[in-house]
Structures are given as C-alpha cells and as structure tokens.
Design a protein around this ligand. Structure first.
Ligand code: AMP
Ligand code: GLY
Length: 421
C-alpha cells in the first residue's frame, strides 16, 4: 500500500511509526512531515494540508492508495471530500462530520439531540451579552472560542474580570474566525479521561483510554495547551467506562449524525470529565489525540494499517482491539514561550543517544533538520515516551529521556503520571 499521511506533529510521527510495522506498507509519504517521519519515508516540507485540491492532486499524482489524516484542520477544510471526488480513499470524517470538533456549538446541538451528558452551555456573538451572562454566573467560569484554536481557545478561571476579558478577546478576533462565537459553559469537576474510538461509518470500536495533561505547568496550573503529557493505561477509572462511553456517547452521536446524512468514518475522540454525577463530555475531536496517540499506539497489538483499511471499507472487526499489558508515559518537551510565542531555531541535542534504547520512543513535533543539525521549529518540540511493565517504570524511562534530550529554554511538566496508581 502507498500511504499519504497528513500532518507533521508527534501524533503523526507515532502514526507513521506504527504504520511502518505493517508488512503491507510499501510507501509512506508524509506531508508536511517532520525529521522523525523523514526516517520512515519521504516528507514534503511546507505542504499546506488544508488546501484540499492540492492534497487531492498530490495524492493522484503519487498513486496513493489511502490517505491517513492526522490533524483536524484538513478534515475541517474538506480534504476527505476533495479526495473522494478524486477517487482516492481517505480515512477521516468529511467536512460535515468534522464539524463535531470544528464547532463547539454544533457539537452541543448533536449532544442535545443524542441525549449525551455534557456541560450546559450558552453561545454568544455579542460581547456585551457574554459579559452580562458571566456577571450573573458563579465561578469557576469556562469560556471557549467556538472554532478550532489548537486547544488554546479555552479559559477556566475563578476571576470574573479575566473571564470577561477572554470573551472579549475571542469576539475581538484573537483566535480569528474561530472566536467570533463564544461558548460559556457550566464548570464540571472531576478527573479527565480521553476515550477514543475507531468508526467505520456504522460501527465503532474503542481504543484504550489515556489521560492527557492540558495545563502548561505542574499541578494543573498555567494556561491550557495542546497537551503536555499523557499516560496509558489509566487505572483509576470506572471499570465499565469504555463500554459506557461507546453506548451513551459514541454510538448515539453516530446515529444522530447518520440521521443528518453524515456517515462518520474516522477516529472520534471524546474528552470526558468523570464527575460525581457520571461521565460527561467536555469536547469531541474528530481525529486521534495528541499526545494520546503517542502512548496508545505503542500499546496497540494490532496491524494498524489493516485496521485502518478495514475501517475505511466499513468492515471493522467484531471484537475488542488487542492492547498489550504494558504501560506508556509521554512527556512533551516544549519551547520557551510556549504556548503564546514559542521560540524557534535553537539546537537540540541528546536525541540520537536515545535511539538505541528499547524502552524509549522519541516522537518529533516542532523540529527541523538544518545543515547545523536538528533545531526547534514549534511550540511542542519533541514528545518522549517511556515504556515498561507498569506506569511507574514507563514514567522513569520517559523522564530519563526528558532529561537526556536538551535544548535552550526546554520546558516540561515534572508530574506526568505521578499520581497514577
Ligand atoms: P476543551 O478543548 O473544550 O476540551 O477544553 C480544554 C480543557 O479545558 C479541558 O480538557 C478541561 O481541562 C478544561 N475544560 C473545558 N471545559 C470544561 C468545563 N465545562 N468544566 C471544567 N473544565 C473544562
Ligand atoms: N490531547 C488533546 C487533543 O488532542 O486535542
């Protein structure tokens, strides 16, 4: 099979790495890719994956059998639709299906119709209405840009003035069109859990859940980010949670979408809050999570390419997916200034030394290969993943790697998986 993988973060590096284990993979082209993916196949630096026609033309010209889409932006831009029109198979939802992630207001509407438990929400396009609503509400406040903001459009705060300023920032265009509509939500309390499913248009099978750390700093403080670390398996979750989410979240959502003529094919990720009154949805993503993928795929005991082909053909296996009993812990090494204004272009050292270590994976994200060697080129620079028979051992391997890899201004959380039993 000739595969085109869209995206260039650590998630895509992990996807490419897993696909490379499949005997059926002949060619892997990653666009734009990154230096990690360049070790697995060709990369196309600078490629704009949100240009749907360009993606379709490229796939046709390169005789691609299947396009695997990593990030949300190309899905929301209709890349899967353009590829279908060009006769190319692509694994991911259409533009209509991707609205589940691209519009929080759309997702809320689907959840209401599907009877899915979630936080109460109010949407605003007028800043004064949003400000008045917040004034009349109780803290903590939850304010979200409606559209895609790479995980950075959400503020959770006790401070009314900060909450109101965030609503103004969104509506004033800080997140571009994504913030023109603001969603204010009821605050939910509890532990978070990422539950991901693979959907074939009619059915869904679950992957192993993972726990993501969204805040920049230790102790879940600082601004929200795209994710600072992750671990799997998660021991302190209700035993039946995966079945519960499939039955009460994923399946009903797929049914409601189908009623609207949207046959959802691709990954569906439910960000769950385990509250005292039961699991509730925080958000949907129409793709694999980043950094969840980097700890889930190393544990997946399946031929990933076969699985994607089966799902794409509407033919998912009628059984649970196999996962190894081992654990994986991922730590994101971020650039100075992340998430607001990450510094770029600083030299990265130490990653080569870790290549030979069997219990460590180095997944590239914001990196670039220059004549002077590997340099940083984005907010989340590398994702180091440790593996072991249990979370504690995997965690030790991940932190050993986090210390070994170095670049000026490197920042990472020291408490990923620390509380994990
Ligand atoms: P989202 O992108 O909507 O998942 O929000 C990012 C993060 O903000 C979540 O992972 C939570 O940590 C937090 N968050 C979002 N919505 C709520 C809510 N209603 N109550 C409490 N925390 C929330
Ligand atoms: N880890 C959160 C996300 O992928 O959106």
């Amino acid at each position: 099979m000739r595969i085109l993988l869209l995206g260039g973060g650590a998630r895509e590096h992990a996807i490419g790495w897993k696909l490379a284990h499949s005997p059926n993979l002949e060619v892997l082209i990653s666009a734009p890719g990154n230096p990690g993916l360049a070790r697995l196949g060709a990369i196309v630096p600078g490629f704009d994956v949100t240009d749907a026609e360009a993606v379709a033309d490229f796939a046709v010209a390169n005789a691609i059998d299947l396009v695997v889409v990593g990030p949300e932006a190309p899905l929301a831009a209709g890349v899967v639709d353009a590829l279908a029109a060009a006769g190319i198979d692509a694994f991911g939802p259409t533009k209509a299906g991707a609205q589940l992630e691209a519009s929080k207001a759309f997702a809320k509407d689907v959840m209401r119709r599907a009877n899915v438990p979630t936080a109460k929400a109010w949407t605003f396009t007028d800043v004064n209405d949003a400000i008045a609503h917040l004034e009349a509400s109780e803290p903590p406040y939850v304010i979200k840009a409606d559209g895609l903001a790479a995980g950075k459009g959400v503020l959770v705060t006790e401070d009314l003035i900060a909450a109101q300023s965030w609503a103004r920032l969104c509506i004033d265009g800080h997140f571009g069109d994504a913030g023109a509509t603001v969603v204010v939500e009821e605050h939910l309390d509890g532990e978070e859990l990422s539950v991901l499913a693979l959907c074939d248009g009619t059915r869904a099978v679950a992957l192993e859940p993972a726990r993501d750390y969204k805040r920049l700093l230790d102790g879940d403080t600082g601004p929200n980010t795209g994710g600072m670390g992750c671990y799997s398996p998660v021991a302190d979750m209700p035993e039946d949670i995966v079945e519960h989410v499939l039955d009460h979240v994923i399946d009903p959502v797929l049914e409601v979408m189908a009623e609207d003529g949207i046959k959802y094919k691709g990954f569906l990720y439910a960000g769950m809050m385990l509250t005292r009154t039961g699991p509730k949805v925080l958000e949907f993503n129409c793709r694999l999570g980043d950094p969840e993928t980097q700890v889930i795929l190393p544990r997946l005991d399946e031929d990933f390419l076969e699985l994607l082909i089966a799902a794409n053909e509407g033919n998912l296996p009628d059984r649970q997916l196999r996962f190894s009993d081992t654990a994986a812990v991922g730590v994101v090494l971020a650039a100075a200034g992340y998430p607001e204004s990450p510094e770029r272009g600083v030299p990265i050292t130490g990653s080569r030394e870790l290549h030979a270590e069997p219990d460590v994976h180095i997944f590239h994200a914001g990196t670039k290969l220059t004549v002077d060697g590997l340099v940083s080129n984005g907010g989340r620079v590398l994702n180091v993943v440790g593996r072991g028979p249990d979370v504690a051992t995997a965690r030790a391997a991940a932190y050993r790697a986090a210390e070994t890899v170095d670049f000026p201004g490197k920042q990472y959380r020291s408490d990923i998986a620390k509380r994990a039993p």
